[in-house]
Design a protein around this ligand. Structure first.
Ligand code: WT7
Length: 658
């Protein structure tokens, strides 16, 4: 890892924007100066210019009770109105909001007028089901227009959505629905993935039934079901078809305003313990930073651009850069249901050609998997419409960055590497196209109005050329407002690492190069990043130990050429189980499948190694660092703090024998 970092820091290639790009750029250097001169006034101006407020705010930031921030808190607005009605009122109702493309090639064109009409009806459906301000609605849908409609209908009512990624299992749905005490679940009979309809409703049914120690789920009163496939579904009294309710609903709905700090959504993300954290975002500040960053980082020209962010709405990128940022800005975008390689490996490039996509935003893991397939595939399509490329989710290695720029961007499109998190709500660090000279592999600079730093363990700035921990030094509009139901964990996890300095601890290592550009170096805690998705070692370990075979388990994230990191598990099997049961390979397969069922397929370990001991310190803490060495095929590091120093030899022997 260290040699890799050193190599990265010797990256001296820089790509200035073309003169033409710079001349027409939406971002300006004055933004930096203005934000520096008066940061709060800068954000207040963005909030006023980018959004419509029913009641204008007079207070920009209230930081009197850190870390609980309030932005624009005496203002009132409706988030859905800002994403929909106002564009129609401004005469842009005919503009395409969504170029929706199904995996099988079916498509729908949804204009701003259409989307507004759908959301109004859906809001009436939801209020008819008793949903109002502050109520929580769980959404478990594929990438279809109804997913966007559902989120905005919830927002329109001042209710709170909790979108659950369609790849999560019944147990994950249950814990999220319980934690938020959701009243309603919106799902579908299924969604297309890899050439077939994969069912969603059965997972919701299973989640709501009695399971394990839990009785039947009690807060959910209805399940609304969108018909996407032809899947047979088990019907219960609380289930309703989306299309039937929509047909019955009134078409008119006037949006009420809500306070800027009204909760907008909860999104669960993995932390360092087994229990996912419900990250809470509110309305006015969140929408301001989403709209601002979407506009300047993606150089948005709403009349002519076709923007495409490939993220699923189940992740924060889908919230901020599929739903809220682009729609607040009146952008036209592609929404694609399926997987990148179905029905053929050029599917994404075919979509870019078909819709003449100008701005493309995806994850390094996808770029690397296309690199592996070779440039022959994208070369079969006309990608000349592409003028800007974005990357998000994990560090992008310079090689992938160069390939992206050259093969997808025709050697001309700027590549912006955007660093942010579920918690930050919107982009925090990124080059600005047309302004910044881009540098392969580095996320580079904070956006105007954002103050980040790289510090040592005491919270002191490290200076150029040095590494440390990434922090956000001042509150920002789209910051998380807390962890749902757990203010103590919110304080402890993010705000107490550096005493009372009130620095936000992001959990990422970072380094500043000779230009003071920021390089992200991955997580410093027990959080993994697999294909840009965050997974917690503790969560997977607790799933493994929940299986009757398992005595003990340790999980690490090991380097993987395609997915960035891969889940590798070391498991001690109960003596009794080893005696009676079959081959070690079978046990490993059972455990892999078990994790898939408990959490979801993305959490399934790439490798499960059956071992008879785990490396522990004298105080009993598992030394995952050493297991990572083994998993990555390296010589094992310093073992002197182990209680039993021979353990690692045994484990290495067992793993290499496999
Ligand atoms: C973690 C946040 C942001 C939306 C998708 C992931 C890593 C994210 C970058 C980047 C290096 C990155 C960090 C961060 N990360 N973007 N451009 N360069 N690392 O959101 O699931 O909340 O994960 O993803 O480690 O802490 P998330």
């Amino acid at each position: 890892m260290n040699t890799q970092i050193d190599n990265l820091l010797h990256e001296y290639r820089k790509f200035p924007p073309s003169e033409e790009f710079a001349r027409n750029a939406v971002a300006t250097t004055e933004l930096y100066e203005e934000a520096k001169a008066d940061r709060l006034e800068f954000w207040a101006r963005q909030a006023r210019e980018l959004l419509d407020w029913e009641t204008p705010f007079t207070r920009t930031l209230d930081w009197s009770n850190p870390p609980f921030a309030k932005w624009f808190d005496d203002g009132r607005l409706n988030v859905a109105y800002n994403c929909l009605d106002r564009h129609v009122e401004a005469g842009n109702g005919d503009r395409v909001a969504l170029h929706w493309e199904g995996e099988q090639g079916d498509s729908r064109t949804v204009t701003y007028a259409d989307l507004t009409a759908e959301v109004k009806r859906a809001a009436n459906v939801l209020s008819g089901l008793g949903i109002g301000e502050g109520d929580r609605v769980a959404i478990y849908l594929p990438m279809i227009p109804e997913a966007v409609v559902a989120m905005l209908a919830v927002a329109r009512l001042g209710a709170v959505h909790s979108v659950i990624f369609g790849g999560f299992s019944a147990d994950s749905i249950r814990s999220r629905v319980d934690d938020a005490s959701a009243k309603l679940v919106i799902t579908a009979d299924g969604g297309w993935r890899k050439g077939k309809v994969s069912a969603l409703k059965p997972a919701v049914d299973a989640a709501l039934q009695a399971r394990g120690d839990l009785g039947p789920q009690e807060t959910v009163t209805n399940v609304l079901v969108v018909k996407r496939g032809e899947n047979e579904i088990d019907w219960t009294d609380r289930d309703l078809w989306w299309h039937e309710e929509m047909a019955k609903a009134e078409p008119e709905h006037v949006a009420q305003s809500f306070p800027a700090e009204n909760p907008l959504f909860i999104l669960y993300t993995s932390g360092t313990t087994g229990k996912p954290k419900g990250i809470l975002h509110t309305s006015g500040g969140y929408l301001t930073q989403c709209a601002f960053t979407h506009k300047i980082v993606f150089d948005l020209k709403p009349e002519s651009d076709v923007y495409w962010c490939t993220a699923d709405i189940g992740w924060v990128t889908g919230h901020s850069y599929v739903v809220y940022g682009p729609l607040a800005n009146g952008a036209s975008q592609v929404l694609y249901e399926g997987t990148p390689d179905t029905p053929h490996p050029g599917r994404w490039w075919e979509i870019i050609e078909k819709y003449k996509v100008t701005t493309f935003y995806t994850a390094p893991t996808a770029i690397r998997s296309f690199m592996k397939l070779g440039r022959k595939i994208p070369k079969q399509f006309d990608l000349s419409s592409v003028r800007l490329l974005g990357s998000v989710g994990e560090p992008i290695n310079p090689e992938a960055w160069m390939w992206y720029r050259k093969v997808i961007g025709g050697k001309a499109a700027p590549v912006v590497d955007t660093w942010w998190q579920t918690e930050t709500g919107a982009i925090m660090i990124s080059a600005l196209p047309g302004i910044t000279e881009t540098k392969p592999g580095s996320a580079q600079v904070p956006i105007p109005g954002i103050n980040v730093d790289v510090v040592d363990d005491d919270g002191h700035h490290v200076g150029t050329g040095n590494g440390g921990l990434l922090v956000v030094a001042e509150p920002w509009p789209s910051m998380l407002r807390g962890i749902w139901g757990d203010p103590e964990r919110f304080k402890e996890t993010y705000w107490e690492k550096f005493g009372d300095k009130h620095l936000y601890f992001a959990g990422d290592g970072a380094r500043l190069d000779h230009d003071s550009d920021i390089w992200l170096l991955g997580r410093v805690d027990d959080v993994m990043n697999v294909s840009g998705h965050r997974l917690s070692t503790a969560e997977i370990e607790s799933a493994l130990v929940a299986h009757p075979f398992t005595a003990e388990a340790a999980v690490v994230g090991a380097h993987d050429d395609t997915t960035g990191q891969a889940v590798v598990a070391f498991v001690i099997i109960k003596e009794s189980m080893l005696e009676e049961s079959a081959a070690v390979e079978d046990i490993a397969a059972v455990l892999r499948a078990h994790v898939g069922e408990q959490i979801g397929p993305i959490a399934r370990p790439r490798d499960v190694f059956i071992v008879n001991e785990l490396p522990k310190t004298r105080s009993g803490k598992i030394m995952r660092r050493l297991l990572r060495d083994v998993a990555e095929g390296r010589e094992v590091g310093d073992t002197t703090t182990l209680a039993d120093t021979t353990v690692m030899q045994i484990i290495t022997g067992q793993v290499t024998a496999k």
